[in-house]
Design a binder for this molecule. Structure first.
Ligand code: UN1
Length: 517
């Protein structure tokens, strides 16, 4: 254990979560087994080795999918409130283990401890939601055009759901999918990020324990581990009717094509390029808080992170100066230390992408307002700590069009009417989150109107990140069109069936067609 790990109680957290020095990254819930290579998990916080996880091989995967298929056949017959009861108990465990899990998320991924706890809170919230949902999986009834007929629709469990999640929300995104899919009666196979394999095993440990206590069949919560080749086993597999994938646009295009080629369903949560529009009627204090948290929170590694600020020329200097001033107060360092605002990037590749973005914006004619740079020296030995940077840039710059998963904020001016700002905000290929800061009702409503933001999420007077689980989460255009979490997002985890029942002694045909024998 490194000094940092010791000081912040990581050893105890690992113990509480049932983690060993080397863990199997393949699990059906009943068994944990793996015959693949060993993945070492290093913390971006201090560069230390946290633990090891053995990856999944093709043979391991076959065992998992067969178990999940068999388990599904039984699980789908459980009344959904009973499945909800299992999720309720799982949630009790999450509440009990919130601190160690939040701590491990922080240490393995690098987000602040507060955000780690917040992420576990999202898991708790979606489980609460799912428990209620387990009594509300309802369809509609319709009046038949034929006499003596009844027509309605019902939702049945779908089957085995494959979940591919990213390092930046290593636990919450899994739960958004599984909590709903479980109450819907599906079996879930999860491939978490190979950058955060220990948090995956920790979650699977919790589910496995609760599921075993409730005699849930094996395979309902399954885990596979490894790089994209392990993900491909699922995306190409006809036995997995739905793939829910979170990651880059590049990855999403590959997944979408593989799943479509076999006519499977996919739920995609891909990149964002989220902007806040700041109008002349904005509350400057709130704008600064929303923009700075949105840009530097999770070290700029949320898909909802604020990447662009579009500020009206009349208040441009004032807002720019206030934000630059706020950046001077940011404390960068160990995210387990609650005095720090910004932790490290996930790894050195991410640092390279960050540096590349800063080089590119200058090459394209941007003007650096807050200089970036990689931090060195005591406390920064992992080489993953960077300074949040701000550049004045144009929306059409190639680098501005691209999502860089790092704390680089581009700011730009608009003049005239709010429609000019909306055009800039929509002028990117991504369509996840967006926001407007204004106290002007007309501007706010126009931003939300059909001619307004083209994103899946459009907020007024809050930032672009920090979406609540109660709403459907996802975005349009190259963000992929998927919706997870709240509202009626559960429907994708079920198959809809329309039923028409004739309770007469005749067989009248629809559309008035006569067919007498
Ligand atoms: C993500 O970055 O993949 O809106 C999810 C937010 C969080 C979820 C982000 N609730 O910031």
């Amino acid at each position: 254990m490194s000094e940092v790990a010791q000081k912040f109680g990581i050893k105890q957290a690992l113990k509480d979560l049932g983690l060993q020095e080397t863990n199997n990254g393949t699990s059906t819930g009943k068994d944990f087994f793996s015959s693949g290579e060993v993945i070492e998990s290093y913390s971006p916080v201090d560069g230390a080795l946290i633990g090891k996880v053995k990856a999944t091989t093709k043979e391991d995967y076959e065992k998992v999918i067969k178990t999940a298929e068999a388990g599904f056949k039984e699980w789908r017959t459980w009344p959904s409130p009973q499945r909800g009861e299992v999720v309720r108990q799982f949630n009790d465990e999450l509440r009990r283990l919130k601190e160690p899990l939040g701590k491990l998320v922080s240490y393995e991924m690098g987000k602040s401890y507060q955000e780690g706890l917040g992420e576990v809170q999202e898991m708790i919230d979606i489980c609460d939601f799912a428990v209620g949902l387990s009594r509300q999986l309802h369809g509609l009834t319709m009046h038949s055009e034929r006499p003596g007929h009844r027509m309605y629709e019902q939702y049945h469990p779908l089957g085995v759901v494959g979940i591919i999640s990213a390092f930046n929300f290593p636990v919450a995104v899994w739960s958004w999918n599984t909590a709903l899919a479980w109450v819907c009666g599906d079996a879930c196979i999860w491939k978490g990020s190979e950058k955060t394999p220990l948090t995956s095993v920790a979650c699977q440990n919790i589910a496995a324990r609760v599921f075993a206590e409730n005699d849930v069949p094996a395979g309902i919560s399954s885990l596979i581990t490894g790089d994209y080749t392990v993900g491909e086993m699922m995306t190409n597999d006809k036995r997995v009717p739905l793939i829910s994938a979170t990651g880059s646009i590049r990855m999403g295009k590959i997944v979408a094509q593989a799943v479509a080629a076999r006519l499977g369903k996919s739920l995609l949560e891909l990149g964002g390029n989220n902007a806040i529009i700041v109008t002349p009627d904005a509350d400057i204090k709130n704008t600064v808080i929303g923009a700075v948290f949105g840009a530097v929170g999770t070290c700029g590694q949320r898909c909802t992170s604020t990447r662009r600020l579009i500020i009206h020329e009349s208040i441009y200097d004032k807002v720019r100066d206030a934000i630059v001033k706020a950046y001077k107060q940011l404390r960068i360092g160990n995210p387990l230390d609650e005095n720090n605002h910004v932790g490290p990037l996930i790894d050195k590749d991410a640092v390279k992408n960050y540096q590349n973005a800063l080089d590119k914006v200058v090459e394209e004619g941007g003007n650096i307002l807050v200089k970036g740079g990689v931090l060195e020296g005591e406390g920064y030995e992992s080489g993953c700590y960077v300074k949040p940077a701000i550049a004045e840039a144009k929306n059409e710059f190639k680098i501005v069009q691209h999502e860089t998963f790092a704390p680089v904020l581009y700011i730009m001016k608009y003049s005239g009417d709010v429609s000019n700002a909306i055009e800039l905000q929509n002028g990117v290929v991504q369509g996840l989150s967006s926001a407007i800061m204004t106290n002007n009702l007309r501007e706010a409503e126009r931003f939300l109107s059909v001619e307004g933001s083209d994103c899946g999420i459009a907020n007024v007077n809050i930032g672009t990140s920090g979406a609540e689980i109660g709403g459907a989460f996802g975005g349009e255009k190259e963000t992929g069109g998927g919706r997870e979490s709240g509202s009626d997002a559960w429907k994708i985890y079920m198959r809809r069936q329309t039923n028409t029942i004739n309770y007469t002694t005749e067989l009248p045909l629809a559309q008035g067609i006569k067919f007498d024998l």
